[in-house]
Design a protein around this ligand. Structure first.
Ligand code: SF4
Length: 307
C-alpha cells in the first residue's frame, strides 16, 4: 500500500470519485484527510454473533460517503465533530478495545472514506498483538480498488445492501449507481473472506462469535417492501447459504425534511411481509429483529468515549 496521504490528494476512495484534494478541502463525505472518530466503546446491539455477551468494540467514524436523507447517525455523518486520530492512535484504540474493554471484535463503523489510514492502523495493531476479529461495517457503497487495500486485514465484512432500484437510491442517497457499485463491492468482500467461521471459545473471543465471513444487512424502509424483496432475493441467489442476511426493522424518521413516505416508522405488517418473503425463498441463515419497529437505543451517544 502507498503512504495513506497519497490517496487523499485526489480522492477516488469511494464511487463518488470527487477527485478533491482532501489535505485542503472536504469531499462529498464531509471530511478532509485527517481521520476523525466520535466514539470507541462496547456496543451491545449488533447481531448476536457480532456483539455476543461482552459486546462489540465499535469505533464510529465521522463523515459518510453515502449521505442518505434518512440517516440515523446524522450527528456525526456530515463531519465537523469528533476527535482527530493518527494511525498510531487508532491502533492504540483498537488494542484498548481488546485488552481493556475485552470486546469480541473491533467493529469499524462507516470507515470507507478513511480506508487507507484505517488499513495502516489495523496493520500496526496486528503487529502489536491485536488478536480479535476486525469487522468492516459499511454502507456497501464502495470501490473495489479501495476494498483491495483491506485484503488480509479485515476478517468479517458487515455491509449494507440498501437498495435494488436505481431510482430509489438516486432519490434517497443521490447515488443512482448504488446497486451496481454495492453488488460489485459485496463480490470483492466475499472473495476476501469466504464462508463464515465461528469461535469455539478457546481463543480471544467468546464462543459463537463470527471470526471470518460476511453478513449483509438490509434496513427495511417504510413503503418500499417491494425493493426489500428484490434485495433479499439478490443476496440469496448470489451467495446462497454462504453469507448471513440481517433484515433490520429499526427505521426511525430522523428529520422533519423527509419525503412523506419516509416520515413514519416501518409498520410491523411491512416488516413481517419481508420476513415472510425471505423464508419463502429459503433464506436459512439470517437475523431478524424482535420487538417494536423503532428503538432509539440503537443510536449511541457520540461523546468521544474511548478515544
Ligand atoms: S471518500 Fe469522500 S472525497 Fe473521496 S471520493 Fe468518496 S466522497 Fe469523495
Amino acid at each position: 500500500m502507498n503512504n495513506p496521504s497519497e490517496y487523499y490528494k485526489s480522492c477516488t476512495l469511494c464511487p463518488r470519485a470527487c477527485g478533491v484534494d482532501r489535505t485542503s478541502a472536504r469531499g462529498a463525505c464531509g471530511v478532509g484527510a485527517d481521520v476523525y472518530a466520535a466514539r470507541a466503546a462496547l456496543h451491545m446491539w449488533e447481531e448476536p454473533c457480532i456483539s455476543g455477551e461482552r459486546g462489540s468494540g465499535a469505533v464510529f467514524f465521522v463523515g459518510c460517503s453515502l449521505g442518505c436523507v434518512f440517516c440515523q447517525n446524522r450527528a456525526i455523518s456530515r463531519g465537523g465533530c469528533g476527535k482527530p486520530l493518527t494511525s498510531d492512535e487508532l491502533a492504540d484504540v483498537f488494542l484498548r478495545l481488546e485488552n481493556v474493554s475485552h470486546a469480541n471484535n473491533v467493529n469499524l463503523v462507516t470507515p470507507t472514506h478513511f480506508a487507507p489510514t484505517v488499513a495502516e492502523a489495523i496493520e500496526k495493531a496486528k503487529s502489536r498483538g491485536l488478536d480479535i476479529p476486525v469487522v468492516w461495517n459499511s454502507s456497501g457503497y464502495e470501490s473495489v480498488d479501495t476494498l483491495r487495500l483491506l485484503d488480509g486485514l479485515v476478517d468479517v465484512y458487515l455491509p449494507d445492501l440498501k437498495y435494488f432500484s436505481p431510482a430509489i437510491s438516486a432519490e434517497y442517497s443521490h447515488a443512482v449507481d448504488y446497486f451496481e457499485r454495492a453488488s460489485a463491492a459485496l463480490d470483492e468482500m466475499f472473495r476476501q473472506v469466504g464462508e463464515p467461521l465461528f469461535s469455539d471459545g478457546t481463543g480471544a473471543v467468546e464462543a459463537g462469535i463470527m471470526t471470518r465471513g460476511m453478513i449483509v444487512r438490509h434496513l427495511v424502509l417504510p413503503t418500499h417492501t417491494v425493493d426489500s424483496r428484490r434485495v433479499i432475493r439478490y443476496i440469496h441467489d448470489r451467495f446462497g447459504d454462504d453469507v448471513y442476511i440481517s433484515i433490520m426493522n429499526q427505521y426511525t424518521p430522523a428529520s422533519s425534511n423527509l419525503p412523506p413516505e419516509l416520515s413514519r416508522p416501518l409498520t410491523e405488517e411491512e416488516y413481517d411481509s419481508v420476513i415472510g418473503f425471505a423464508e419463502s425463498i429459503g433464506v436459512q441463515y439470517g437475523f431478524l429483529q424482535e420487538g417494536g419497529t423503532v428503538d432509539e437505543s440503537f443510536i449511541p451517544e457520540f461523546d468521544g468515549e474511548g478515544l
